[in-house]
Design a protein around this ligand. Structure first.
Ligand SMILES: Nc1nc2c(ncn2[C@@H]2O[C@H](COP(=O)(O)OP(=O)(O)OP(=O)(O)O)[C@@H](O)[C@H]2O)c(=O)[nH]1
Ligand SMILES: [Mg+2]
Length: 451
């Protein structure tokens, strides 16, 4: 365990008013600092809640419940105290000032978790999962983050590392017995093993990328020709006049983006410029942004117009985006109730009759999007990884390729062993077995104060 000489404190609950607030103190002086404010400090024994009045320089600060965690049995691994006081920001500030006056200092963002990591209480994947639990925006993400806090990604990475360490040991034995011409693993077998490991690394990377998709939200653009009613649908879904609606084709030019919850996942709903041939430079930029938004998304809502029926412009737009899942909404069905059936048969696809005036079709539209989301995420094991982890997994896969080439070329054992070690090092950075200081600083800086 790495001993820290200073004692840190911070509010652990969200800023603002609430019934209760929690203040955390961690470090070797925790008990002494708290005792200066708490006359009942003699009653503070590990893991027992004690109720009493906190006061400083003779002024009462609040009645609070204190819990003492004795090192190493605490979140950070250090002596720690948690104070649960009334959730008034003035009280929280006064207690923090008093703690600092008695020898603690205000913690930096993520400093409690960083200490937990440096004291061996968690690996980096677990530490990052704690942050994901706090910031998660969907039930899927919370499930994955809890599993990861319990070690799902760490175990996966460690099992890959274990296979590589075994392979490297076999290669190193071959170095030791080179004079006797004893080979512990053939180049072909080693290349095959590296290929198998690379497959697991790529599968892990794909699961991390799925986790990133859940956490960033599913992009859901509204596309279609001008005047079809895209902005009207955005406003209906958001239940607010977010986008300008007019009967002039080409009204929307910028991308309008709002995040909403759909089927338990947060969805980035975007209104885009109507796609058509246009001479206007500004409109062309808007159309380009629309096309890009759709290309980047896995699913889109294509808005069709019942007053025009299916037109060549619609067919051109659909033809551009064959690979995406498209949900079709035949808007303005209030003006032509039979039009959606005609459009569906022309298109050969299911079409939702829709009207932003009557609200018809909104539940069906939500269900179509939700079912796509359920299909994408439900029952799939994914990890709540950030770009750092994804990029390390990419490097590990590339290093595997290089090791495979070295095995195929029958390179000397020293070279192939070094190649395998590079993959091991890439993976060790993921869990934090190798962790340069600046990497740690950037990881924990993303946490909130008090975590
Ligand atoms: N009757 C009827 N009119 C609608 C409906 N939805 C939209 N409109 C009208 O259609 C016109 C165009 O609506 P918008 O929402 O601005 O269309 P848009 O697709 O965003 O158009 P651009 O931004 O130009 O691409 C407006 O006059 C709306 O009032 C509907 O369900 N029924
Ligand atoms: Mg619009």
């Amino acid at each position: 365990m790495i001993p820290f000489s200073d004692t840190i404190c911070a509010p652990a609950s969200a800023p603002g008013t609430g019934a209760l607030a929690v203040i955390r103190i961690s470090g070797p002086e925790s008990l002494r600092v708290v005792s200066s404010l708490f006359p009942l400090h003699g009653k503070l024994v590990p893991r027992r809640a004690v109720h009493g009045t906190l006061s400083h320089d003779g002024t009462p600060l609040d009645d609070a419940v204190l819990m003492y965690y004795q090192s190493p049995a605490s979140f950070t691994g250090e002596d720690s105290v948690e104070i649960t006081c009334h959730g008034n920001p003035i009280i929280v500030r006064n207690i923090i000032h008093a703690l600092c006056a008695c020898g603690a200092r205000l913690a930096q963002p993520g400093e409690f978790t960083k200490r937990a990591f440096l004291n061996g209480k968690t690996d980096l994947t677990g530490a990052e999962a704690i942050n994901s639990i706090i910031t998660a925006k969907s039930g899927y993400e919370i499930d994955a983050a809890i599993k990861q806090m319990h070690g799902s990604l760490r175990d996966k990475v460690n099992s890959i590392r274990h296979s590589l360490i075994t392979l490297k040991a076999d290669i190193e034995c071959s170095i030791d017995f080179a004079a006797e011409d004893i080979e512990f693993v053939s180049s072909n077998d080693a290349a095959a093993e590296c290929g198998r490991i690379k497959g697991i690394i790529l599968d892990t990377k794909a699961r991390c990328e799925l986790g990133q998709k859940v956490s960033r939200g599913v992009d859901l653009p509204l596309i279609g020709k001008p005047n079809a009613g895209k902005s009207s649908i955005l406003n209906l879904i958001l239940n607010s006049e977010r986008a300008i609606v007019s009967d002039i084709p080409g009204t929307t030019r910028d991308i309008i983006r709002e995040t909403i919850q759909f089927g338990g996942v947060h969805v980035n709903l975007t209104d885009t410029a109507g796609i058509r041939e246009s001479d206007s430079k500004i409109e062309q930029i808007g159309i380009h942004l629309s096309e890009k938004a759709l290309h980047d998304a896995g699913i889109a809502i294509m808005v069709l117009d019942c007053t025009t029926g299916l037109t060549d412009d619609d067919r051109d737009i659909i033809a551009k985006f064959r690979d995406q899942k498209i949900v079709y909404a035949a808007n303005k069905c209030d003006t032509a109730p039979d039009a959606p059936a005609g459009i569906a048969s022309d298109l050969g696809e299911e079409v939702i009759p829709f009207s932003t005036i009557t609200g018809q079709g909104l539940p069906e539209l939500e269900e179509a999007v939700s079912s796509y989301i359920r299909n994408e995420f439900e029952g799939k094991e994914f990890f709540t990884a950030d770009d750092r982890i994804v990029s390390l997994l990419s490097s590990a896969a590339t290093s595997c390729d290089q090791a495979i080439t070295a095995f195929r070329e029958k390179a000397p054992y020293e070279i192939t062993a070094a190649g395998v070690q590079t993959v091991i090092d890439n993976l060790s950075e993921i869990t934090g077995q190798i962790s340069p200081d600046e990497v740690l600083d950037s990881i924990f800086a993303r946490f909130c104060i008090g975590k």
